[in-house]
Design a protein around this ligand. Sequence first.
Ligand code: AR6
Length: 171
Amino acid sequence: MSARLVLVQGDITRQDVDAVVNAANSSLLGGGGVDGAIHRAGGPEILAACRALRASHYGRGLPTGQAVATTAGRLPARHVIHTVGPRWSATEDRSDLLASCYRESLRTAVELGARTVAFPAISTGIYGWPLDDGARIAVRTVRAEAAPGIEEIRFVVFDERAHEVFARALK
Ligand code: AR6
């Protein structure tokens, strides 16, 4: 990995990057958290593109751990990369699926020719993943990828606690 890793506290929908990653769900039809914010700020074009994906390649939805791109509508970004994180489970280790979200999203960003990509802390909100473990997996996984052409990977976290946790994971 030769990209610089950057940590920002703020709103992912405001990031001026080539691609923004959405913490979506399998339906691709919207939800709360980051997903709700992206659809609200990006406008109906994103939902229309998601519906088209459901009508073609992803009739049964986007499987957990995979990623797919659409337009970014009115967002400052050019692309939204939707990925589906696993729900946290206390009895089953789903870390590989969470790592896969970061890996597949980066792979998609490379395919799109993106140079800058913004990630939220996937699965650490509504899906209940412990923040410190989610941050460790995020940092470890993107560091292990070659991601040719990507110059900046920006982790965008909402609050101060998440900022502290990610700062520690990046050390
Ligand atoms: N910008 C940056 N980070 C944010 C923002 C924002 N605008 N909003 C929330 N976060 P979540 P998940 C943080 O719940 O856990 C949706 O309904 C938040 O504090 O967005 O993967 C989907 O449709 C947390 O740390 O995603 C799925 O059904 C992190 O982003 C489900 O939620 C991720 O929280 C996915 O849940």
